[in-house]
Structure formats: C-alpha cells, structure tokens
Design a protein around this ligand. Structure first.
Ligand code: ARG
Length: 560
C-alpha cells in the first residue's frame, strides 16, 4: 500500500496524472499537522487559481475514509492525517504475504524494453570504466522486470573495426596461439599496446592492420578464425566478472552482427534523399538541427559506428517491437546518440522518440585516469578482488568466529563495488575509493547488509512474529512503517527516471530508520503483543532491504 498514490488517486485532480500528483506529496518532518501534505502551488498555473483556493476546493471535495481520516487546508497546503494503526496493519500483512514480490507491479505487462548495456569491446581489457554501464544497465533490467516489463538485455559488443586488423598484425609479429591461450586478455592487451608503440616508429604497420581488417570483412578464413579466438577469449574472461556482479544478457548481438544489415540502411537513406557526399564520404547533414553531420560511409565505402547503430535500432524494433530501447552509455557519447536518433527520425520512423540515451558519468580510481593504448588500465576484476580481500580482512578482525567468511567477504566486497557505483545520481562523475565503499558507517552497502543481518539475528533470537493488534505507535516505529510503505513508489520513480540510485538511497534511508527504531524500542520486550508488532516490523524491514538489494544485483548474508 502506497499512501501517496492512494491519496493522489482519491484526489483525482482534473488534467493531472495520479502518479504525478503523488510525486508532489510530501511527508512533513513534523507530523502534528498531518502525515502527508500536498503543496498546491504546482497546480495554480493550470487550474488558474491561487494555491490557497485550490487547497480549499480540494478539501471540500475530499471524503475521508478508513485510511485517510482527516484533511485540512492550510495556506496553500492540503494536509492529510491517516489512520496509522490501520495503515500499519495492512502494510505489514501485505509485506509478509508478498515477500520477495513486495514492490512488484504489473504496469509494464505486454511491453518490451530493450536495454543496451555493458557493450564491451572485444580484445580490450574490462576496466573500471565499464563498471557503471554494467551495473546501471543490469539494475534497470531487474527493476523493469519487477514492474512487469519484458526486458531484453543486449550486450552490443564492439567486435568490428580496424583494431582487429591491428591485433592480427601484432599477433603474427609478437605472439602465438599458445601465448594467447595462456595469457588471455592480458596477452591481447600486451600486443595491442605494443602495436601502438611500434606503429609510432613504423607507420607501415597501420596499412597492414587495415589490410587484415578488410580480410576479416571479406570473410577470409584465417583472419576470421583468429578474430573468433580473440572474441571467445574476451567473452570467457568477462563472463567471470559478469557472474561476480550477477549480470546476464539475453543477446550478444554486437556490431559485426549488423554487417549484412547496413546495405539496406544506406539504400533507404539514399531513397529518402538524406545522404550527401562530402569529401568522398556519405553523410547525413544535420546543420538544421545544430549538429555536425552523421557519418554513414567512409570514402572507402566502409561503415561507421553510427551506421551500425542505425541498423541495430531498426533490427531491434523489427525483432522485439520495443516500447522503449535504452542505451546505457557514458555521456561522452551524447552527440553520437543525438545524431543517430535524429537520422532515424528523419527516416520517418515514428518510434525514434522511444530511443533513450541513459547517460552516466565516469568512474575513476583515486589514482587517476587511464588509456588502453598506453596500457594504463585499472581492471574491474582487480578492483573487485581487492575489495573482497579487504572485506575479508575486516571480517577477520570484527568477527573471527564467523562461518563461511569467504562467501561473506564475496557478498560484502562485490556488493560494495556495485552499490558504490549506484550511489550517486548516475550523471555524476565518481571517484572510486576502497575505504569509502567498504565503510560500515554512512551510506554504504556494508551498512545495509549489516542491517539485514541484524534483522535475521533478532528474528532468530526472539522468534518469528505472531499475530498482533497495532499498539499506539511511537515516532520511531511509525517512521519505519512510513518508510516501508514508500518502497513501491521508489521503484517506480527509479524506473521512470532510469535511476537505480533512488533504490540505493532508499535502502540506506530504511536502514537508518530501522537503526533508530532498534535503539529506541526494545524488540524483545515483555509485552507479547508489542513484541510481535516489533518483530513484524523487523521481518518487514528484512524483506524490503533484501528486495532492494536484489534489484541492484547485490547478495545479502544472514550473518557477518
Ligand atoms: N562499445 C562502445 C564503447 O565502448 C559502447 C557501445 C554502446 N552501445 C551502442 N549501441 N552504441 O564505447
């Protein structure tokens, strides 16, 4: 039960969507005036009246009921009092009943959403720069599925381009099958870096690289076999990291998948008079829209990144008939997405409006930035392993007797990395700090996971909640109830704004509210009814925190 939504639906304000109105409803810090308040200022313009008058009118048209027991209009605000006991009772039974499904919805039923995320480049190291797209995309998949959408998670592999020609040249000159098979991605990175060093001295290597790339494109057997090997090794390596992060995909159709689908795009662009030739290259002029041209074909006739994205979008629309197609890609590519979305619109595809670039900021390590060419990379796997190691140390200090320390350290360490990347508004650049993500205090994953273990331990020691009638609640108790009731609408806003960070923030808020309750209210108290009520709160907090973590791809433990 989501009180805000309930109030908004009851208000049923002409011309406004209930979800939107619910978004304006606040929970005042001081609840003497009411449990919920709607500031009516945002309505003034459209309803052409003053906020004070609007609040009065809304109050007069509102009929109270068992849940909302009182409504008052005060200076442009509409204040609501609710039947706290009734609300607490129905909410706690709802959470107990629904369990892992509490917060789920059917609003997305019948709609498909494609999410292009992680989208790594073959034969390049999986570095910390891929963390955000991977965990934001994966969380969005889980969140949208929870809301009933059919989600297609797509890893749009970067498996096309001259760099594969470079790799073949480098392989032939400085490596071997054995070395690649045993050294794996590290070996591929080594020879890629070496290629760039050597090419500075010997530019002819670049011509060789182009030659081999054309061989791949033309289906040459040996080149494609090597390319296949590089691809296989990369995918095996990243799969290990995906498993650590609870990430999976429904499709690995990468850039090369569209090789045979681009001619039709070029043909259509020609037919619709959208292509112009400029310095031998084929482009779509976007002057009118204040953008540089979108490059479709190079002067040698080869396709570009945008060409493959246009073909991919059309393919996805035809194959999945998506309601939305999301691209979780760093904001550095803002222009690229604006350009090719525009081209698709100009091609007359009305669904161009359903393509969404979910942009996010950069992640860097405290030590600074990196570049694959110079070999200065921070591997994501190293970051995860190091965090897990550090978590193990903390556990060994704090709880040496714990069983299964390794598994706990894994959950805590990987959780800290994921949660750390999802903690900020996604567009912000973040600097990753081991100490910060692993801190047990503050807005961190260990803090949330620790709260879950506290709930488990209380329930284990004091027993499972039995039936109760809701007592007169203190503020600390009601604060938890109110927070628990917010979960469904938090998930919906996270989905609407493509912001998994709403859920990390919520998990921290709920954990903090629970801590206050835990300190203020003795759970294992004498009074049996009160004890059962408090146990029911504890059980509900456990369920909701686990649901929140699961939506983010984070594991919980029962003890730590
Ligand atoms: N592989 C690209 C890169 O690393 C990201 C691809 C994003 N997806 C897309 N459809 N363009 O920059």
């Amino acid at each position: 039960m989501d009180c805000k939504q309930y109030i908004a639906e009851k208000l049923n304000i002409d011309g406004f969507d209930a979800g939107e109105v619910a978004g304006y409803i606040e929970t005042p810090p001081d609840t003497t005036l009411g449990d919920y308040a709607l500031p009516c200022f945002f309505l003034a313009k459209i309803l052409r009246s003053s906020p004070v008058k609007i609040a009065e009118t809304l109050k007069n048209n509102f009929t109270t009921d068992q849940v909302i027991t009182e409504v008052n209009a005060v200076g442009g605000y509409l204040n609501f009092k609710i039947n706290r006991a009734g609300f607490a009772k129905s909410l706690l039974s709802e959470i107990a009943e629904k369990g892992a499904k509490y917060g789920a919805d059917t609003l997305g039923e019948g709609k498909t959403i494609c999410i292009d995320y992680s989208s790594i480049n073959i034969a390049k190291p999986f570095h910390i720069g891929h963390l955000s797209t991977t965990v934001i995309g994966s969380a969005l998949c889980k969140i949208l599925r929870f809301l009933g959408y059919k989600v297609v998670g797509i890893n749009h592999l970067g498996d096309y381009g001259t760099q594969f020609g470079k790799l073949i040249v480098a392989y032939k000159l400085w490596s071997s099958r054995e070395q690649v098979i045993s050294g794996r991605l590290k070996e591929l990175t080594r020879i890629y870096v070496k290629f760039h060093e050597e090419a500075k001295l010997n530019p002819a290597l670049e011509d060789d690289a182009r030659h081999y790339f054309h061989l791949i494109e033309r289906g040459d057997k040996e080149s494609n076999e090597l390319f296949g090997l590089f691809k296989k090794i990369t995918l095996e390596e990243v799969d290990r990291i995906y498993k650590m992060l609870n990430v999976s995909f429904d499709s690995y159709a990468g850039e090369s998948f569209y090789n045979d689908k681009m001619a039709a795009v070029v043909e259509e662009l020609k037919e619709k008079n959208l292509l112009t030739i400029s310095d031998g290259a084929s482009i779509v002029n976007l002057d009118e829209y204040g953008m540089p041209p979108c490059l479709i074909l190079k002067s040698d006739g080869s396709s570009l990144y945008a060409t493959r994205d246009i073909a991919a979008a059309i393919y996805r629309k035809n194959t999945y008939d998506f309601h939305k197609c999301l691209y979780v890609v760093a904001y550095q590519q803002n222009l690229h997405f604006k350009q090719f979305f525009k081209v698709i619109e100009l091609m007359g595809r009305e669904w161009a409006k359903d393509l969404v670039h979910v942009a996010y900021g950069m992640v860097s390590l405290e030590s600074g930035s990196m570049s694959t060419r110079e070999g200065k990379v921070v591997l994501l796997e190293d970051v995860i392993n190091k965090t897990v190691e550090k978590a193990l140390k903390v556990i060994e200090e704090k709880n040496p007797a714990l069983k299964d320390k390794e598994r706990t350290a894994k959950a805590v360490g990987t959780g800290a990395v994921i949660f750390g990347a999802l903690s900020n508004n996604k567009i912000k650049d973040i600097v990753f700090s081991y100490d910060r993500v692993l801190s047990f205090e503050g807005e961190t994953c260990p803090y949330v996971q620790y709260t879950v273990t506290r709930c488990f331990s209380v329930l284990k020691k004091t027993g499972k909640p039995k039936d109760f009638t809701v007592p007169d609640m203190c503020e600390a108790e009601y604060a938890v109830i109110s927070e628990l009731g917010r979960f469904p609408s938090v998930i919906k806003s996270a989905a609407e704004k493509y912001e998994p960070s709403f859920i990390t923030r919520y998990a921290v808020d709920l954990a903090q509210t629970f801590s206050k309750f835990y300190i203020d209210c003795k759970i294992a108290c004498e009074d049996e009814n009160l004890r059962n009520f408090r146990l029911a709160i504890t059980d509900a907090v456990k369920t909701v925190l686990i649901n929140a973590l699961t939506l983010l791809g984070i594991d919980y433990v029962e003890e730590m």
